[in-house]
Every structure is written in structure tokens, then in C-alpha cells.
Design a protein around this ligand. Structure first.
Ligand code: 26V
Length: 756
């Protein structure tokens, strides 16, 4: 195929223009059409068994660059455009980012689709086509505001399939319309699909922020991801969304099974379903229902489903483990109620322990319990997380079904998170060890041969510096702030949650601010960069954002401190910003309260781009630490066993915030929230609420680790000045990051769970 000719055909068709005459926007539309067509034409991977990855979120990021790469025409496209004096990057800027996810869980699903396709496995995603995404974040008066994030344009990646399914809700039926996004596999000529269901008549964007009529289910079914669940109508809408997704998805699976020529009693031989967290768990009773409607007995249907479904757990936070009132299900999908009761009855008959039942005394349906009893695999997402599930959170289930439990440490696609987002580092790696690490990321360890090679170390530092300069330019263009690329870029990017402890990082900023004001100048200027969205109804998270933005404002206007310390909170942090920022990061902040972060995946992306982790022994940080060794990570904090004991009421060891607050070093940091200079900038009510919570409750124990955190971070800042030794740390981190390729993760899922 002559790419230039093909592009010319398309620009003629669409705009009656030659490519040279098109503006960037038109070139983007033409490249999108070309890439979509090439991907769409690819056949599915071969294989008699097919995976369906069910997820309420797929945080895909922009797709043009990724798809050009997978189709093997990225360099060609770059050259064709360059030949016309145009820049592919500028064209790619035009693409809106689909906002179909929240954080790590959704991005993991996207990395997995990329790897499943790259490995040539037959596996599709199943999800919802949210029109306004999560929300677009705006900062006004140092506070987060949410507005709709419409990302779908007339020209998009969505392929109309013409397929529809009828979803039977209590009292009405709703048609689910299927759209597909093609997922081309790198290194092969096949493509899978992401199936996104939508309603036929979606509502327009709400006029008042992200407020809308949550009872208008028919039109708002796919308006937003995770509608604010602060009220009952919002929570009910979530159950509607979940049933809409799984009922249509299950019908699609059975339709494809028939088309492939198999009978319904052969489901488990030809289909594997991965349930990504509990949001799609209703697929279990729904499939049982559909199979019985198609002639299977209840026993047969349950047996098929049990051999088909596998569940991934992504959190041990009690408040995030879904339990829906049976009355909700009665309203949304009354036909599931008898099935769920029957599933519960069978569990009770087999195991007397009431804590493993599906329905509890208040008639709440424990979604995870249903998954564990009626699926064949349960996995955690990092070694420590899986151990905690087995030893404490899900111990009763592990005792019942030890063989179902397995670990699958998360991974990231290095195609997006290294090759595409960091071309300069990729070129350096290629120069050192050749290019076959792409298909065999374990080969990155070959970089260790260069640990004493001054030229390579210097080159590595230069690559980092140029990534920082590039990020500074992009930030200046987008948000008008000029950062100093010679300062240390200390980066914490993740959803805002108290357990992730952005507030502890803020306390460090206060410590540094007070130090500098007192004349203690650090050895190197530091820029603390945050990116985070807070769930709209999560009040404490919003207080923390407010604190960070107030600190940012305070320091920006303080000429004595600003040369040494800056705070920058990115507005509307998303995949695109992550791709810009991660190559530029020096320090990777992974400071969750040990035991609470199931895995983390940003930690892996930052590591692969040569950032050094400053982190607690939580989630996958534990595996990072084992791989890189103690000299190449700044580890600190209370370990998970002790943290779990501190939550325990027995034994008199329970954590009390005030014991840690009333210490010489900590009290002034916390009390700074109520200092005149901060109150002058911020909302006194918000700052006071956070202050009260920190000193009196501090549920995620920021004060427990803050002193050690400050000490270790100060050490990292000092050691940064020894550039050669820092470059070695960077190199070791990059060299060891191959383990965290999602290609490895997916191979393990396939070998142990899916068997495609
Ligand atoms: C959800 C919610 C929703 C209600 C409000 C509180 C709350 C708190 C946490 C969650 C987390 C849901 C599951 C999740 O996103 N887990 C993330 O999954 C990533 C991929 O496995 C993993 O890297 C992260 O550590 C984990 O937090």
C-alpha cells in the first residue's frame, strides 16, 4: 500500500483537497479514517476459544499514534507528513481523548486489550460507551469543578456494527446498540474488538455541570461513567448501567457462540469471561438466566457459567466492595432475583459459614462473593495484594477454594508507555541493546551492561532533561505555567484518595516551605507535581485538592521560596498528560498506606521511563523493590502487617491520630493548614475540615509515616545532585521494568486462567 496515495484518496473523498492543502484537523480526520479502515479490515486472531474481558471502564487514551504503531505504519506516516512539511505530532494533537475510565482499573483494561491483540490471542473487550466520560476537571478559586467531557465527534474510532440487543429491565425494555473499536495487534496482522454498548437516543450534555435527571434512565444510561453515587438515584443508575452492559454482552456472547457453530452446552469450552472487578458481576446470573431460557436446566447452566467466569479483585477497601440491595435488583432486573436467591441457597447448603453467603442479613447482594463461588478463578493484581486476600480479606473463601486463588501482577504496555511516549529514550535503548526487547521486554536487563558506561549515563541524563524541557513547553502552552526543567520533577499522579496519601505529600511541601522560609535552602530546587481527579461526591478528597492548590498559590507568590520549591497541580489530568509527564519525571511518588494499594500501575510506567520510586512497601512497589534492590529505590513506611494490626480493635494497638499529631515535628505541619497565610488564600471551612480530620481521625494514617517520609524524601533530594549515581539508579529501573510488561501479565492470564 502506498500510504501517501491512500491518504490522498481519503482527503479527496472527504474534503476534495490534496493532503498538502489540508489543515491539521483535516489531516487528522483522514489519518483516522485510514487507520480505522486498516484495523477494521483485519481478521480476528485464530482460535477456538474466545475471551471476553468485561469492564465498566476502558481508559484507552488517544488511539491514532498507538494504532499507527500497531499497524506498523507510524514511521511511514511520519515521513509522508514530513515530506509535506507537516508534523505528525501536531496532527495527533487534534484527537480528543476518550474519557471512558477513572484510573488504574480502566487503564489496565486498555493495556490488556493492547497486549491480548499483540500476542495474537482472540479476546474482545465489553463495556459501555459513556458520552461525557468521567468529567473534565476545572480549577476555580483553588477548587475542583466538574463539567461534562464530551469526546465523541462525528469522526471517531467507533465502528457502527448494526447489531442491537434488547435488555429487559423491570417495567420496560431498552435497546442496546453495539459500537466497536478495532484493536489491531502489534507484530501480527489480526485485530480484536472493543464492544461498547449504547442507548439509541442518548441525552444531550447537561447544562448545569454534571448534574442531570438520574431518573431519566432511558436517555442517561450511558451519559457518564460512575454517576455520582452520593444519592439513591445515582446508585440505582449504576445498577442499571451494569445490567445494561452485562445483559447485552451476554447476549452477544451467546449469539457469537451459535454463529461459531457451537451449542449452548459447550459454552465453557469455547468462551472465557474475565470479570474486571465486581462492576460486571451480574453477568453470572444473567448468563444463567439466558442459558435456562435457551433450554439448559438450572444445574447445567450454573455448571457452564462456573467453568466460564473468572474474577479479578482490584481492591481491599471495604467501601469499594460492591454490595447492592436486593430491592435495587428487584427494580432493575427482577428476573435475576430468583436466580440470585437460588445461587445463595446453594452456597448456604454447601457451607454453613454465614460470612461467605451471597445475601446477608440486610438482603444486600455481595457481588464479589457471587463471583468467587460461581467462577473458576479469583486473582489479585500484585503478589502482596493476593497474599492479603488469601490471608485476611478473603480468607474464608481461600479456605474453601484454595485452587481458585492466583496472582497476576499487573503490567503496562511498553508500546504506549515507553516506545510511543518516549521516543528519545527508546532510541537510546535501541542503540544500547538493539530492538528485540519490544517483543521480549525481559531483554531490557541487557542495559545493565552499561552501568559503568559514562557516555550512556550522560546520554540518559540528557534524554531525561530534554523530556523535561518538552513537558515544560507543553505545560506552558496548555496551562500557561512555566516550570524550571533544571529542578527535580517529583511526580504524584493518580486518582485522589486518602489512602494514596496526597495529603502526606502536601505535608512535605509545608515542611519544605517552612524550612526555606527559615533560611534552610535545599541542595537542589524541587518541583512537586500532582495530577489527580477527586470523585465528585468525595468530600475529603476535594479538601485535599484545595489544600494543594492553596499551597501552589502561596508559593507562586512568594519570591523567597519559589526559586527552590514549586507546586504544580495539573488541571484535568488524563492519559494524554500522563504520556507527556511520565518521561519527564525524576521521582515517582508511590506513598500509599501499606496494604491499601492493590498494585498501582503508574509506578511501573514511571520506572520504565527512568524515574526512581519513593514508596512504601505496598502493591507492586514490593516487586519493584525486589527487582531493583535497595540502592535503586527510596523505600520507607510502616509495613502492611503492622498497618493491619493498627486497624485491629483487639490488643490495644489501634492507631490514634492524636498520638502522632502531638509531636514536635508533626504538629506545626498540620497546624499550618490554619496559618494566616493559607487562610488568606483558601476556604477556611475546607482547610479546617481537613485539619480536624488529620489530627483527630486520619483514617489512612498519613501522620504515621510522615516523619520517615520527609527524611527519605530529603535524602533523595540530596542524592539527586550526584548525577552519575542518580543516572545509575535510572538505568537499573529501566533495565528491570521489563517484568512489568502487560505482555507478560497477559501470557500468565492465558496460561493459568483463559487457556485460549
Ligand atoms: C473504588 C471506589 C469507588 C467508591 C468510592 C471509593 C472507592 C475506592 C477505591 C475504588 C477502587 C476500585 C478498584 C480500583 O480501581 N482498583 C485499582 O486497580 C488498579 C488496577 O488493578 C490497581 O493498580 C490499583 O492499585 C487499584 O486501586
Amino acid at each position: 500500500m502506498d500510504l501517501k496515495e491512500y491518504l490522498g484518496q481519503i482527503t479527496q473523498e472527504r474534503f476534495t483537497l490534496a493532503p498538502e492543502q489540508c489543515d491539521d484537523r483535516q489531516l487528522y480526520v483522514a489519518l483516522l479514517a485510514l487507520t480505522r479502515r486498516l484495523a477494521e479490515e483485519r481478521p480476528a486472531p485464530e482460535g477456538d476459544r474466545k475471551l471476553y474481558y468485561f469492564s465498566a471502564e476502558f481508559l484507552m487514551g488517544k488511539l491514532l499514534d498507538n494504532n499507527l504503531l500497531a499497524l506498523g505504519i507510524r514511521e511511514q506516516a511520519r515521513e509522508v507528513l514530513a515530506g509535506m512539511g507537516r508534523d505528525l505530532n501536531a496532527v495527533e494533537e487534534r484527537e480528543p481523548e476518550p474519557s471512558l475510565g477513572n484510573g488504574g482499573l480502566g487503564r489496565l483494561a486498555a493495556c490488556f486489550l493492547d497486549s491480548i491483540a499483540a500476542l495474537g490471542l482472540r479476546g474482545d473487550g465489553v463495556g459501555l460507551n459513556y458520552h461525557y466520560g468521567l468529567f473534565r476537571q476545572k480549577f476555580v478559586d483553588c477548587k475542583q469543578h466538574e463539567v461534562p467531557d464530551p469526546w465523541m465527534e462525528a469522526e471517531s474510532w467507533l465502528i457502527p456494527t448494526g447489531k442491537t440487543f434488547t435488555v429487559p429491565f423491570g417495567g420496560f425494555d431498552l435497546t442496546a446498540k453495539l459500537w466497536d473499536v478495532a484493536i489491531p495487534g502489534a507484530y501480527n496482522d489480526r485485530a480484536n474488538r472493543l464492544h461498547l454498548f449504547d442507548v439509541e437516543e442518548p441525552a444531550g450534555a447537561p447544562e448545569n455541570g454534571i448534574d442531570f435527571d438520574k431518573t431519566d434512565i432511558v436517555h442517561h444510561m450511558t451519559s457518564f461513567l460512575y454517576p455520582d453515587d452520593g444519592d439513591e438515584a445515582g446508585r440505582l443508575l449504576r445498577v442499571y448501567q451494569q445490567y445494561f452492559m452485562v445483559s447485552a454482552g451476554a447476549q452477544l456472547i451467546l449469539q457469537e457462540l451459535e454463529e461459531r457453530g457451537y451449542g449452548f452446552r459447550e459454552l465453557a469450552d469455547h468462551v472465557a469471561i474475565q470479570i474486571n472487578d465486581t462492576h460486571p458481576s451480574m453477568v453470572i446470573p444473567e448468563l444463567i438466566r439466558l442459558l435456562t431460557v435457551r433450554g439448559l436446566t438450572m444445574d447445567e447452566a450454573i455448571e457452564q457459567v462456573r467453568r466460564t467466569c473468572a474474577y479479578t479483585n482490584h481492591t481491599i477497601l471495604a467501601e469499594a466492595l460492591e454490595k447492592w440491595p436486593l430491592t435495587f435488583i428487584e427494580r432493575v432486573a427482577p428476573q435475576l432475583v430468583l436466580i440470585i436467591r437460588e445461587l445463595d441457597r446453594r452456597v448456604r447448603e454447601a457451607c454453613p459459614d454465614p460470612t461467605v453467603a451471597i445475601l446477608d442479613g440486610q438482603n444486600l447482594v455481595h457481588m464479589a462473593h457471587m463471583d468467587i463461588h460461581y467462577g473458576y478463578s479469583v486473582n489479585g493484581v500484585a503478589a502482596l495484594h493476593t497474599e492479603i486476600l488469601k490471608k485476611s480479606e478473603l480468607k474464608a473463601f481461600y479456605d474453601l477454594y484454595p485452587d481458585k486463588f492466583n496472582n497476576k501482577t499487573n503490567g503496562i504496555t511498553l508500546r504506549r508507555w515507553l516506545e510511543a511516549c518516549n521516543p528519545e529514550l527508546t532510541a537510546l535503548i535501541d542503540e544500547c541493546i538493539g530492538s528485540d526487547w519490544r517483543q521480549n521486554p525481559g531483554k531490557l536487563v541487557g542495559l545493565l551492561d552499561f552501568i559503568d558506561n559514562d557516555r550512556v549515563l550522560e546520554h540518559l541524563l540528557a534524554v531525561k532533561h530534554s523530556a523535561k524541557e518538552r513537558f515544560c513547553r507543553e505545560l506552558k502552552d496548555a496551562q500557561g505555567v512555566a516550570l524550571d526543567p533544571d529542578s527535580i520533577f517529583d511526580v504524584q499522579i493518580k486518582r485522589l484518595h486518602e489512602y494514596k496519601r496526597q495529603q502526606m505529600n502536601a505535608l512535605y511541601v509545608i515542611h519544605k516551605y517552612l524550612d526555606i522560609r527559615a533560611g534552610r535552602i535545599p541542595s537542589h530546587p524541587l518541583t512537586v507535581i500532582f495530577g489527580a481527579k477527586a470523585a465528585p461526591a468525595y468530600v475529603m478528597a476535594k479538601h485535599i485538592i484545595h489544600l494543594i492548590l492553596c499551597l501552589q498559590a502561596l508559593i507562586e507568590n512568594d519570591p523567597a521560596v519559589r526559586p527552590w520549591l514549586r507546586v504544580m497541580m495539573l488541571e484535568n489530568y488524563n492519559v494524554t498528560w500522563a504520556e507527556r509527564l511520565i518521561p519527564a519525571a525524576d521521582i515517582s511518588e508511590q506513598i500509599s498506606l501499606a496494604s491499601k494499594e492493590a498494585s498501582g500501575t503508574g509506578n511501573m510506567k514511571l520506572m520504565a521511563n527512568g524515574a526512581v520510586t519513593l514508596g512504601t512497601m505496598d502493591g507492586a512497589n514490593v516487586e519493584i523493590a525486589e527487582l531493583v534492590g535497595p540502592d535503586n529505590i527510596y523505600a520507607f513506611g510502616t509495613d502492611s502487617d503492622r498497618v493491619i494490626r493498627l486497624y485491629d480493635d483487639r490488643g490495644g494497638q489501634r492507631y490514634r491520630a492524636r498520638d502522632y499529631y502531638h509531636t514536635l515535628r508533626v504538629e506545626p505541619l498540620v497546624d499550618f493548614l490554619l496559618s494566616p497565610e493559607l487562610l488568606d488564600i483558601g476556604d477556611p471551612k475546607s482547610l479546617a475540615a481537613l485539619w480536624r480530620d488529620m489530627k483527630g481521625k486520619d483514617w489512612f494514617m498519613a501522620l504515621l509515616d510522615v516523619e520517615e517520609y520527609i527524611a527519605v524524601k530529603d535524602l533523595a533530594v540530596r542524592q539527586y545532585s550526584d548525577r552519575k549515581s542518580w543516572a545509575r539508579k535510572m538505568l537499573v529501573n529501566i533495565a528491570k521494568s521489563g517484568y512489568f510488561s502487560s505482555d507478560r501479565t497477559i501470557r500468565q492470564y492465558n496460561e493459568d486462567i483463559w487457556r485460549l
